[in-house]
Design a protein around this ligand. Structure first.
Ligand SMILES: Nc1ncnc2c1ncn2[C@@H]1O[C@H](COP(=O)(O)OP(=O)(O)OP(=O)(O)O)[C@@H](O)[C@H]1O
Ligand SMILES: [Mg+2]
Length: 258
């Protein structure tokens, strides 16, 4: 390698070290922030209890303000948790699992929300899908975020088609919504951390889902058309010869971590 090449490599490695250090500090900082937020929330909850039955207009206004602070605390907590989930993914624990089972679990959990949002869920889950290795909690959390995005893209209802199939040495999952869709410029940015078009969105849902899927050696792609809808495809490798092992049962009432 010539000296120019060496120098470039040195500089790149230093930049990478700096990025790791920044991520470490940001993680520690986000972790620290959790404490004060929960103290604020706890005290606001106690105040809200004191004024649970407001007797005067003044007390009613006070209660309303407390509720605003509580809602914002919740938002802050969500933001910090999303941020920590993105920069500090926990180590994966892979289990041979049937993808359909996890898809059904997430859809069962989502069903009440879908009904309320007037979203019809249509599923075509291929029978006899080969097992894949999944970290069930992380993967279902990622899947839940994708389903949530689809729901948020259909504010006046619509249809969500969920399809699984085997393709070559992979299994794939399509989520096709009839939502607002995206133009090319938006679509090019959706995996950038903090990119969001939603008031109150963290813009970390898709980057985190991508990170999780890539930790499974999988890939996620998105195709979209403005005003028509969006198709998200997740592909996962089928490991050669997995032991025939029943996958663990999960309680449909427990929320998928997200
Ligand atoms: N199914 C979809 N249809 C249309 N736009 C989408 C869809 N999924 C994602 N997007 C776009 O990609 C952006 C980024 O999505 P991402 O899930 O990362 O963050 P978010 O949904 O905005 O915030 P959060 O996930 O924290 O609630 C969204 O704001 C939206 O503009
Ligand atoms: Mg999202």
């Amino acid at each position: 390698m010539d000296s120019f090449g060496q120098r470039t490599e040195q500089l790149q490695s230093r930049t990478a070290d700096q990025a790791t250090e920044v991520a470490r500090l940001a993680g520690a900082w986000a972790h620290e922030i959790r404490g004060p937020i929960s103290v604020i929330r706890l005290n606001m909850e106690l105040l809200a209890e004191d004024f649970a039955e407001p007797k005067t207009p003044q007390e009613r206004r006070l209660l309303e303000k407390i509720q605003v602070v509580l809602r914002e605390c919740q938002r802050l907590e969500d933001m910090v948790n999303n941020f920590l989930a993105y920069i500090r993914p926990r180590p994966m624990r892979f289990t041979p699992t049937n993808l359909n089972e996890q898809v059904r679990r997430v859809l069962r959990f989502f069903a009440p929300k879908a009904k309320e949002a007037r979203i019809e869920i249509v599923d075509y889950l291929a029978p006899d899908l080969p097992s894949v290795l999944l970290d069930i909690e992380a993967f279902s959390g990622a899947l839940f975020n994708l389903v949530l995005n689809a729901q948020q893209a259909m504010p006046s209802g619509g249809q969500l088609v969920v399809r699984t199939y085997a393709i070559g040495d992979k299994v794939a999952l399509d989520l096709i919504d009839t939502g607002v869709g995206m133009d090319e410029k938006t679509c090019a940015q959706i995996f950038d951390p903090f990119f969001t078009t939603k008031p109150g969105g963290s813009g970390l849902g898709l980057p985190t889902a991508k990170k999780i899927i890539e930790a499974h050696d999988g890939e996620i792609t998105v195709q979209s058309e403005l005003g028509r809808g969006t198709k998200v495809t997740v592909k996962l490798p089928v490991p050669p010869r997995l032991p025939a092992e029943p996958s663990p049962q999960h309680d449909a009432s427990s929320p998928p971590a997200g």
